[in-house]
Design a protein around this ligand. Structure first.
Ligand code: SAH
Ligand code: SF4
Length: 365
């Protein structure tokens, strides 16, 4: 269960980020080849041991330095308690469609979720960036569960290695669409993206960071010049409706959010995806499609409709397939590029917005 520290975020109070080097005492997972080489040299070892260590951490998935048989016995036993940074598998549940949900136990006992979504050509991992989420969006299970803390770099990278090892297949795509608001943890998310790219070999273009929007942070992310895809959770075609669904939007007018997204496109040359949770009879009417199309006119973007996945705390309704198709058509007629995401893993509470890590299970299944 997530320990609730605070319910909703005052986004105006968010501290500015400083992208910095990771502290030297940080666990080894998530560190670059250069940083690992520096670390072994600090231990009085030759530089080539850094490359070996990198291979054993990212290629062989070691959980203790004691497993690195190419290192001397004496050095291994000296180092055996130095943290690699792997989490413990707490629970694993397989959905009939092949989606696998993992509950991972962190060193401080908190539980987070990751989801592996296989298809013929891809293996996508939906990763968490925080324990819980402070944004409190009304339709989201994570938002209803409170917030504990940001995830560290190794805790993000570990989710991907865990799924890759379990499927015995290379992960091709990453979506930061699990628990948490990635831009409230920009520094660690950016460092994790770099590690996933350089250390595990996942193309930056295969990585999507989804955000509900934190004032100023989309521009900061753009300045990192990553080739990732930015997905912005819009969910409404006007400010009034957006505030009803997303309380934090009150301090972030839709116009300002869209301006920052335009800057993102200018700075990175990458188009933005807008996510839109379709809630029956609420934001799925023709007038909403027209309003959305007018807001996005001339914008290098793509709209991804997500039919609402029901959660128990609220009584929003999932739209029918026909309504979603009509809404799609109405957007297309106005020249908007649009796709629909029918979430997988619905029966295991592993679909978008259903992640809450509160399954009362105590063993690995
Ligand atoms: N915090 C980030 C990323 C995690 S949520 C964000 O909000 O963008 C990933 C996506 O799932 C977001 O677009 C979010 O709005 C959507 N989502 C949340 N609850 C949902 C629900 N019950 N049904 C469908 N999508 C949901
Ligand atoms: Fe947080 Fe995203 Fe859920 Fe909103 S939708 S509460 S930002 S995880």
């Amino acid at each position: 269960m997530v320990e609730t520290v605070e319910k909703t975020a005052d986004v105006s109070a968010v501290e500015p980020i400083h992208l910095s080097e990771r502290p030297t005492e940080a666990p080894l997972l998530g560190r670059s080849l250069e940083s690992l080489t520096e670390w072994v040299m600090q231990q009085g070892q030759p530089a080539y041991r850094g490359k070996q260590l990198h291979q054993w951490i990212y290629g062989k998935g070691i959980r203790s330095l004691d497993e690195v048989t190419v290192f001397s016995k004496q050095w291994r036993s000296q180092l055996k308690d130095f943290p690699i940074g792997r989490s413990q598998l707490h629970y694993r549940s397989v959905s009939p469609d092949g989606t696998i949900k993992y509950l991972l136990k962190l060193i401080d006992g908190h539980i987070i979720e990751a989801v592996g979504i296989p298809s013929d050509k891809r293996l996508t991992v939906c990763v968490s960036s925080q324990i819980g989420c402070p944004m409190g969006c009304d339709f989201c299970a994570t938002g209803k569960g409170g917030f504990a803390r940001n995830l560290e770099v190794h805790e993000i990278v570990d989710q991907v290695l865990t799924v890759q090892e379990d499927f015995q297949r290379r992960v091709s795509n990453i979506v930061f669409m699990g628990m948490g608001e990635p831009l409230l943890n920009t520094e660690n998310v950016v460092a994790a993206v770099r590690s996933l790219n350089q250390d595990i070999g996942i193309g930056q273009r295969m990585i999507t960071v989804s955000t509900v929007g934190i004032p100023g942070y989309i521009r900061r992310l753009a300045e990192q010049r990553l080739q990732i895809t930015l997905a912005v959770s819009l969910h409404a075609s006007n400010q009034t409706q957006r505030v009803q669904l997303i309380p934090s939007a009150e301090k972030y007018p839709l116009k300002d959010l869209l301006d920052e997204c335009r800057d993102y496109v200018k700075i990175t040359g990458r188009r933005v995806t807008f996510e839109y949770v379709v809630l029956a009879d609420l934001n799925d009417q023709r007038e909403h499609a027209l309003e959305l199309a007018s807001e996005l006119r001339g914008f290098q973007s793509h709209v991804n409709l997500i039919p609402y996945n029901p959660i128990t705390e609220v009584d929003y309704q999932r739209p029918t397939r026909q309504r979603v198709e009509e809404f799609t058509q109405q957007l297309k007629e106005k020249g908007i590029t649009v796709s629909v995401r029918y979430s997988r893993g619905l029966d295991k509470d592993a679909a978008c917005g259903q992640l809450r890590a509160s399954k009362a299970v105590s063993s690995v299944s």
